[in-house]
Design a protein around this ligand. Structure first.
Ligand code: NAD
Ligand code: DAU
Length: 336
């Protein structure tokens, strides 16, 4: 049994990972989260009374606060999810992205070194590799060529982790994953946004020609990959995870409408995202071979399950879509 500090555990992927570790391991879990607009403790209401679970509210970019967290809890492992994660928001204003994703990661690396955490797992993204043309895949050797403020801030954090390994001999691994979907995803991202809008009879805003391609992976498959990297990964290594499910955005949107029994007249083409990456596709053969990882969900079954989850859990997304979200939605989509 180890003490694991999970940052960003109240967000989409982090909360799925916290649940997996509480229900499927004997590790002690400290969930450290600032509870930004994307952090929601309701995501963990089924497990938050667990005897091996502690929640701490804190900002990873605040060195004094992090010093106290590390001194109080002395984690043996750090699994770092906390980030500003939405590309469109980074286009509107990148300030929080640089602060949390870049500065916050360095603060966590410093505290992990000072307080002698044995392993640091950095959760990163395929977006650091940039954009692909019609064919080919990102491997761990693909050069880093991020295109958005979000992906650039993630690339910056990846490089700081790399430096911690080389300069301070820290035991860090980096995971890079493609687009996640599944329960508890904040409805600003493509799949939950389209489901929620369709359920409310609102327009479904498709950027550009709708032919951008993403490689979709179920969040539980991603969490299993992170767990394998935490347990079996080698210091200084990067591991790619993808769902082998490349789909055009328009295909995904039409599939959601079909599953909900709604008409395609809800589709509304809007101005393209500035700098919109055309295609992502992951080669996960390294993780399959060296970590024994394999995704268990097909896109078809995972999407059906996800649509059902959002239908059943309407009160959850109605609550997160109230308040500050409305102002963001107006800024992002209002003037189109
Ligand atoms: P999310 O936006 O749903 O959650 C982010 C969490 O981090 C929230 O709980 C938020 O409160 C917390 N947070 C933000 N700033 C913080 C700060 N300064 N201090 C402490 N906590 C803070 O994000 P997600 O989609 O769950 O992504 C989690 C991680 O996985 C991110 O690092 C992201 O880059 C990476 N990732 C995401 C995807 C995806 O498809 N969503 C794919 C690959 C990698
Ligand atoms: O690839 C991994 C990344 O996937 C993660 O690192 C990011 O944290 C995560 O947000 C996600 O980034 P994307 O920009 O790919 O995801 P998003 O859901 O925002 O968009 C998916 C695609 O859908 C993209 O091509 C843009 C398009 N889109 C998105 C929205 C929100 C639309 O056409 N309309 C929309 O309203």
């Amino acid at each position: 049994m180890s003490k694991i500090l999970i940052t960003g555990g109240a967000g989409f992927i982090g909360s799925n990972f916290v649940r997996m570790m509480l229900l499927g391991s004997d590790h002690e879990i400290i969930n450290l989260d600032a509870l930004t607009y994307a952090g929601n403790l309701e995501n963990l209401s089924d497990v938050d009374q667990h005897e091996r679970y502690t929640f701490v509210r804190g900002d990873i970019a605040d060195p004094m606060a992090m010093d106290k967290v590390f001194a109080d809890h002395r984690p043996e492992i750090v699994v770092h999810f906390a980030a500003e994660s939405h590309v469109d928001r980074s286009v509107l204003d990148a300030t929080a992205f640089v602060r949390t994703n870049v500065q916050g990661t360095q603060v966590l690396l410093d505290k992990s070194r000072i307080y002698k955490a044995q392993r640091f797992v950095h959760v990163s993204t395929d977006e650091v590799y940039g954009s692909l043309g019609a064919w080919g895949y990102f491997t761990e050797d693909t050069p880093i060529q991020p295109n958005s403020p979000y992906s650039s801030s993630k690339a910056g954090s990846d490089l700081l982790v790399r430096a911690a390994v080389h300069t301070h001999h820290m035991d860090c691994v980096i995971t890079r994953c493609s687009n996640n979907y599944g329960p508890f995803q904040f409805p600003e991202k493509l799949i939950p946004l389209m489901i929620a809008n369709a359920l409310e009879g609102k327009k479904l805003p498709v950027y550009g020609d709708g032919k951008n391609v993403r490689d979709w992976i179920h969040v539980v498959d991603h969490c299993e990959g992170i767990r394998k990297a935490m347990e079996l990964g080698k210091a200084g290594e990067v591991y790619n995870f993808g769902g082998d499910a490349e789909r055009e955005n328009l295909f995904v949107v039409k599939e959601i409408l079909r599953l909900l029994g709604k008409g395609e007249d809800l589709i509304h083409y809007v101005k393209d995202r500035p700098g919109h990456d055309r295609r992502y596709a992951m080669d996960s053969s390294k993780a399959r071979a060296l970590l024994g990882w394999t995704p268990r969900h097909t896109f078809e079954s995972g999407l059906r399950q996800t649509v059902d989850w959002y239908v059943t859990n309407k009160p959850w997304w109605e609550r997160v879509r109230s308040g500050a979200y409305q102002a963001y939605y107006q800024q992002q989509y209002g003037a189109r």
